[in-house]
Design a protein around this ligand. Structure first.
Ligand SMILES: *[C@@H]1O[C@H](CO)[C@@H](O)[C@H](O)[C@H]1NC(C)=O
Length: 425
């Protein structure tokens, strides 16, 4: 025991020691994109997302309101053996009128296979790869993205890593009521988001609510439709999906979460359906962290924690990802404010690179559950190698290089006494 605390103290000293040499880069400016008008039926802002077993939703926007919503696709270039018809929507926000937003679900698709596709019979050919059906599978993770120079380096680094699915724990465009910025964000991320599924949940910057005049999440829900119907949810603000032996629950920090809410009942039902034989890994994602030792947003997650933490604990969740705080922090397994080997690991990763800059100030002393914390931009990679082992790494954007700054092997709760005891309760 004494030996262990010695090691902890030494590790802390080492971390503090290396931290002191690191010169932290300044926030970068918001990128300005020339808004180049395109042919009105040209597909813009293409992104894809998982849409139930073996299906993918293709989303794109056209200026032309009469453009059709079909997608042609196949497994070799320029040869489309399949076609699927979709739906479309649009919205207006005061003077701004969105283009036609097309959502088309295609499939059934083969696993781990490259598909070529074209949207609405027009424009360039795109391609994506479906995730594998078995381990290993890799998730890229970064929240609070925005559209600055740092965002650009974060997404360039994500592009360099071999990943299957991108998970975004809220705060996408930082449009903040300027609807045109949703369009420039869509263009900025298209090179990545058209090639791998982007699974997102909402943050405070998606709300854009104006009391009496505008409901919240109008733009977000129109543009970033997620598989909520496919997962039995009645709201785009919370849903779940499964990929290669991982069950991922995406929650909403800005919609009701109390015991009497729809989200709470849906979460309870969704967790009760998880079969750890089929999906040994259980991951939960939302925006406002429950375990955060940064001064920024201190205590904001407390109400949601009080309501939902017992559900996550009872289900044996392995990892929780959150954003909101513009820094990186990883906890040990924790529950009810204390280290607990049957609780989830909480990772705050709101460090995508938005214009508000970093959150530097931390509570001292560091809480016992907090293992690693650093205020830098970057991204994470969760490589799940088999039913019991996953390798987590966090890559800081240092001088535009993806430096691996934190890494740890995580073992799932499958087969542990934590789950065994509960199944007898
Ligand atoms: C899972 O992966 C880990 C790390 O590579 C390895 O040590 C372990 O033996 C693997 N387990 C199984 C059941 O293959």
């Amino acid at each position: 025991m004494e030996m262990q605390s010695m090691i902890v103290v030494l590790t802390v000293l080492l971390v503090v020691g290396t931290g002191a040499d690191y010169v932290r880069p300044l926030p970068r400016k918001t990128l300005h994109f020339p808004w180049s008008p395109k042919h009105s039926s040209h597909p813009q802002q293409v992104h894809i997302s998982l849409a139930g077993d073996k299906h993918m939703r293709i989303t794109w926007i056209t200026i032309d309101k009469s453009s059709p919503s079909f997608v042609e696709y196949g497994t070799s270039p320029q040869s489309y053996n399949f076609i699927a018809e979709g739906e479309s929507t649009s919205y207006s926000y005061f003077l701004y009128k969105s283009g036609k937003i097309h959502h088309t679900v295609i499939g059934p698709l083969e696993d781990d296979t490259v598909y070529f596709y074209r949207c609405g019979g027009n424009g360039p050919e795109f391609q994506f790869k479906t995730p594998p059906s078995q381990f290993p599978v890799t998730f890229a993770v970064a929240g609070d993205l925005g559209q600055t120079g740092w965002t650009k380096s974060t997404i360039d680094h994500i592009e360099q890593c071999k990943y299957d699915v991108y998970v975004l724990p809220g705060d996408l465009s930082y449009a903040d009521y300027m609807q045109r910025k949703w369009d420039t964000f869509g263009e900025l991320v298209q090179p990545l988001a058209s090639t791998r599924p982007w699974m997102v949940t909402q943050g405070n910057h998606e709300k854009e609510e104006i009391p009496i005049l505008k409901d919240g999440f109008v733009s977000y829900n129109s543009r970033w439709k997620m598989p909520f119907e496919e997962s039995g949810s009645s709201s785009n603000l919370y849903y779940s999906f499964e990929v290669a032996g991982v069950h991922v629950v995406m929650l909403g920090s800005y919609t009701d979460y109390d015991e009497y809410s729809d989200q709470y009942s849906w979460l309870k039902a969704d967790l009760s359906k998880v079969d750890r034989e089929r999906t040994p890994w259980l991951v939960v994602v939302f925006h406002v962290p429950w375990y955060n030792s940064n001064y920024a947003h201190q205590g904001e997650g407390d109400d949601m924690t009080a309501s939902m933490e017992p559900l996550l604990y009872a289900a044996g969740v392995d990892v929780v990802f959150a954003g909101h705080v513009h820094a990186y922090e990883r906890s040990g397994r924790v529950y009810n404010g204390k280290t607990d080997t049957c609780g989830p690991i909480h990772i705050t990763i709101g460090d995508g690179g938005n214009r508000e800059g970093l959150a530097h100030e931390y509570l001292e002393p560091q809480p016992e559950w907090s293992i690693f914390r650093e205020a830098s931009f970057g991204h994470g990679e969760l490589r799940i190698v088999n039913s019991t082992h996953a390798f987590w790494s966090w890559h800081r954007n240092d001088d535009d290089e993806p430096i691996r700054s934190d890494q740890v092997w995580i073992t799932s709760l499958v087969g542990s006494r934590c789950l065994a005891e509960r199944s007898h309760e």
